[in-house]
Design a protein around this ligand. Structure first.
Ligand code: 3EB
Length: 304
């Protein structure tokens, strides 16, 4: 539910949480009675964007130490941040184990959407390992100990301009169903050449009649296609989305991540044609494979 930064929740609804995409990252807070967290995704001079998650049910917030969350009896929004580090795997394993334990302990055991924003995602850590791969190692070890591939939800993993690693996730009480894309190898089965541990996410997660679509890029099988060609990558990402969801018309609350600022207008044109009625936000950030230029996510619901 993406709304402009200065728009508050509709009357009669409560705010579960607000994720602000802004000029610096911050630790999550529950001081306002909802969960708030800032993620460094706006470059200097770019406007803020904000995702506000609302509910018609009463909201309770919990300060669980470094993990904060807000919940309404059906759904919970959890957030945490790891400070910038030159080695992430152990800290990520610890944080994800804590998150998975906490979702289970609170009864919100059905993860249906995770976002992770990683500073310097294509850089190398103190051991010469790509930061994204370092992150993937810790995340994979936590899932190996807590539920395995069957527990992996829809996700986004992209760069951030600062702030270490910011994580937020949605989880519910009712069973959800994780989906894979017929055109793509499941990310958790990517071959070893992409890193010592494969990325831990599903291509989409269905919850009720909504489908939460992971960040979707120009990957066919396990290979990046149209390297260097942003128009080709955009087209191929849209094909992947269509193959998974069946239609593009139901997709809304779309976020589009673009690696190169000079590609934004091209990508905007393609996305406005593909999603003429949707709310779309564009962000210029690095993506988790160096050859990816664009990635598209959103929430799908049946067109009425
Ligand atoms: C891909 O398909 C592109 O590591 O959580 C997309 C969505 C990607 C989520 C993640 C990575 C992640 O592999 C990258």
């Amino acid at each position: 539910m993406r709304r402009p930064a200065d728009v508050v929740a509709r009357p009669g609804t409560a705010t579960l949480g607000a994720i602000r995409f802004t000029g610096r990252s911050g630790d999550p807070s529950v001081a306002s009675g909802a969960l708030t967290t800032d993620v460094h995704l706006a470059a200097a001079g770019e406007p803020d964007a904000v995702d506000v998650w609302t509910t018609s049910r009463p909201v309770a917030v919990v300060d669980g130490g470094r993990v904060k969350y807000a919940h309404d009896g059906e759904v919970a929004l959890f957030a945490a941040r790891l400070p910038r580090s030159d080695r992430y795997a152990a800290a990520v394993e610890g944080l994800y184990t804590e998150l998975l334990d906490l979702t289970a302990a609170t009864g919100y055991r059905e993860l249906f959407r995770v976002w992770q924003y990683v500073e310097d995602v294509n850089g190398v850590n103190a051991d010469g390992v790509e930061v994204y791969q370092d992150f993937c190692v810790g995340r994979a070890k936590a899932f190996e100990r807590r539920g395995g591939t069957a527990a992996m939800p829809a996700a986004t993993g992209v760069g951030a301009h600062g702030g270490g690693i910011s994580v937020h996730l949605l989880a519910g009480r009712e069973p959800v169903r994780h989906l894979e894309n017929p055109r793509q190898v499941p990310a958790y089965h990517y071959p070893r050449r992409y890193g010592p541990k494969s990325p831990s996410f599903a291509r989409a997660t269905r919850r009720g009649d909504e489908v939460h679509l992971s960040g979707t890029a120009a990957i066919v099988g396990h290979r990046t296609v149209f390297p260097g060609d942003v128009a080709g990558q955009c087209r191929e990402s849209l094909r992947n989305i269509e193959a998974l969801l069946g239609d593009l018309a139901g997709l809304d609350r779309i976020k589009v991540y673009v690696r190169r600022a000079e590609d934004v207008e091209e990508v905007r044109g393609s996305c406005l044609r593909a999603f003429p009625a949707a709310a779309i936000a564009f962000f210029v950030v690095d993506l988790c494979r160096p050859d990816l230029l664009v990635e598209i996510e959103g929430t799908w619901s049946p067109v009425r």
